[in-house]
Design a protein around this ligand. Structure first.
Ligand SMILES: Nc1ncnc2c1ncn2[C@@H]1O[C@H](COP(=O)(O)OP(=O)(O)OP(=O)(O)O)[C@@H](O)[C@H]1O
Ligand SMILES: [Mg+2]
Length: 259
């Protein structure tokens, strides 16, 4: 299978802390890859190097064979690496469809100041994106009045405005109720299938990861300790050890959390 993303020997230290310590992984088109690991494992640092927000100390990140290291975040975004952003407070007063229109205009490189003159611009395209995330019927409502799970759907539509080849989602379901989590991840999976997009996501709920990831990679203290399909990872002794110490399993932890 041809690889969309190829990461080799990627490393980043903060002072004496090796946040990411020489990791290798690949991601194929149409794949939903979960990056998991305990707190401080280096997940967000990895994300921020891929999207260009954080300069890597060493290694290589190839997107369709093109090196991303040393490129600016905006350039990487233009090459097709998207990420979900929280809708900023200033945009919460805009309607759902206006928020997506803004994102589409930004993708075209139009100036923010042109927005008001181009009020109807991209409306059809924005509504089509909202339809894909199940939010078309709420298009004219201000984002500020939406339920939390619906805001997350709009954020996903905004990320889609750039037609990303690779979408990065750092803890997309944080703060959501279990049912909303499942619904957002099911939607993400649908977008991966429909658009042939790839998604790299982090997630602390193992139920969500095991239900939706095609493949998983596991970081601990900046090192990649395991890689495989969810069932392989679930039973991986090294993974169980870093998460729970010896003798405990994911199932026990999930029960403890929901109790
Ligand atoms: N800007 C920074 N300055 C100094 N140290 C940092 C910085 N960012 C991350 N670190 C350190 O690097 C390590 C990895 O952090 P990172 O945020 O990547 O972990 P994470 O896996 O995303 O954790 P979490 O699950 O809590 O989000 C941690 O030890 C953290 O304290
Ligand atoms: Mg993090």
């Amino acid at each position: 299978m041809s690889k969309l993303l190829q990461v080799r020997g990627l490393g980043k230290s903060f002072g004496g802390v090796k946040a990411v310590d020489g990791i290798d992984f690949t991601l194929a088109k149409g794949e939903l890859l979960a990056l998991i690991g305990p707190n401080g494992a280096g997940k967000s640092t990895t994300f921020n190097m891929v999207n260009g927000q954080l300069p890597a100390d060493r290694g290589s990140i190839l997107l369709e064979g093109q090196e991303l290291i040393d490129r600016k975040p905006r350039a990487i975004w233009r090459m097709g690496v998207g990420r979900t952003f929280q809708i900023a407070e200033t945009f919460a007063s805009l309607t759902v469809v206006e928020n997506v229109q803004m994102a589409l205009l930004s993708h075209d490189g139009r100036l923010f100041s042109m927005w008001r003159r181009a009020a109807d611009h991209k409306r059809g395209e924005a509504l089509a994106l909202l339809e894909q995330v199940g939010m078309k019927s709420q298009a004219e409502r201000p984002c500020s009045v939406l339920a939390y799970g619906d805001v997350k759907r709009v954020e996903l539509a905004i990320a889609m405005a750039n037609s990303p080849k690779l979408l990065l989602m750092d803890e997309p379901t944080a703060g959501m109720a279990p049912q909303e989590r499942n619904s957002l991840m099911a939607l993400t999976k649908q977008l991966v299938v429909d658009r042939g997009m790839a998604v790299l996501f982090t997630e602390h709920s193992m139920d969500v990861v095991f239900a939706y990831a095609d493949r998983m990679i596991v970081l601990a203290r900046g090192r990649l300790i395991a890689e495989g399909r969810p069932l392989e990872i679930r039973d991986h002794p090294k993974v169980q050890e870093v998460y729970f110490g010896s003798g405990r399993t994911f199932e026990k932890k999930e029960k403890a959390v929901s109790a």
